[in-house]
Write a protein that binds this ligand. Structure first.
Ligand code: SF4
Length: 348
């Protein structure tokens, strides 16, 4: 296995070169003129949750223009996802876009790729090559081993850019199957020093998608394979970001945002941990410090867990207790729990 990938700069983020794996997601609706300010707010919200890079589908010139306008409104590195039209890629490169995703084989004549690569090199914008098992070239589609077929397809695309001297490349090889995704990425990593964007494509709805993605991404990251990740879900991008942040924290053993310890709740609970966690989780996850927040239902395990947290709340009979670093700081009625917890959280 190649020990370290080459570093590729994507706006303010470095992918590869031994840097911490970055977390990506994708915007899930077309951009509309007149709606850019609310999209910019949404982008900032994803950034607050730990999103490092955000990709947008850019199927036509209108979307390219809108993405360009958005890119100058936000700080987060934005990626233009272009499929076939080299003119859209060229237009996106007029804006402060951090990366484009395009497959050389989809652009048609070689001169179109030459134009795109030359402009990307001139602007210092890298290219992500993305190979999906569902859209392999015709001659690889019937290969019995889809893992090696995905790698062969990616290598073809890389070679086309390599011939032009373009090396700021990131590769993704995705399948909906966990095993072939893992195998393809391990194989590619053993042969090349190109940074890898890893993930399972079409992984499914929230629970299934998180399980499948974790089953593929976690072991790869543990082995040093994968420089940037996306958890693809049929769910809101905020869930993709939260799942990605958690996977990177687990695989690297280092956390940059809050960790929530919350009990599953049972008949003993004097305090609804589910509803409370649901109400507070986005605000807690937006704390960009490695703190632990405990939300526990009752005195059986509650005080013990809460005492070890930086801040904790637990049901205790008909009361709710709030702890800070092991000390009870407040006791209140359950209906006042949000107010009291919010005040304590603000002091973290
Ligand atoms: S902490 Fe209490 S309420 Fe929560 S699961 Fe454990 S016993 Fe049940």
């Amino acid at each position: 296995m190649v020990s370290k990938t080459r570093p590729v700069k994507v706006g303010r983020v470095i992918i590869g070169g031994g840097h911490r794996p970055s977390v990506q997601t994708m915007w899930k609706a077309p951009l509309r003129s007149g709606g850019l300010e609310s999209v910019a707010d949404g982008v900032r919200g994803l950034e607050a949750l730990g999103c490092d890079i955000l990709r947008f589908s850019t199927p036509d010139m209108e979307q390219a223009e809108l993405l360009g306008a958005l890119a100058s409104r936000v700080d987060l590195p934005l990626v233009a996802d272009i499929h076939f039209d080299w003119r859209i890629a060229l237009r996106c490169l007029d804006f402060p876009i951090a990366k484009i995703r395009v497959n050389p084989g989809n652009l048609g004549e070689p001169w179109k790729l030459r134009e795109v690569a030359a402009k990307a090199a001139d602007k210092g914008v890298p290219i992500r090559i993305g190979v999906n098992a569902g859209s392999l070239p015709a001659d690889l589609r019937d290969e019995p081993d889809r893992g090696t077929a995905i790698v062969a397809a990616a290598e073809r695309e890389v070679a086309a850019l390599d011939e032009l001297g373009f090396r700021d490349v990131i590769v993704s090889m995705k399948a909906s199957g966990v095993e072939e995704t893992v195998r393809a990425n391990r194989l590619f990593s053993s042969k090349h020093d190109i940074p890898l964007h890893i993930g399972v494509t079409e992984a499914g709805p929230l629970v299934q998608g998180c399980v499948r993605s974790a089953a593929a991404i976690y072991p790869l990251l543990l082995d040093g394979v994968g420089d940037t990740i996306r958890v693809s879900l049929s769910a809101d991008p905020s869930n993709e970001v939260l799942a990605g942040v958690e996977l990177v924290a687990l695989a690297t053993g280092s956390r940059r945002s809050a960790d929530i310890v919350s009990c599953p709740r049972c008949g003993r609970a004097g305090f609804d941990t589910h509803a409370f966690t649901e109400r507070w989780c986005e605000r807690i996850y937006a704390i960009r410090k490695p703190v632990t927040v405990a939300v526990m239902g009752c005195v059986v395990n509650g005080p013990g867990e809460a005492r070890h947290a930086d801040i904790g709340i637990t049901g205790a009979g008909d009361k709710v207790m709030v702890f800070r670093k092991g000390e009870i700081t407040r006791t209140c009625a359950p209906e006042d729990a949000d107010t009291v917890f919010g005040e304590e959280l603000a002091r973290l």
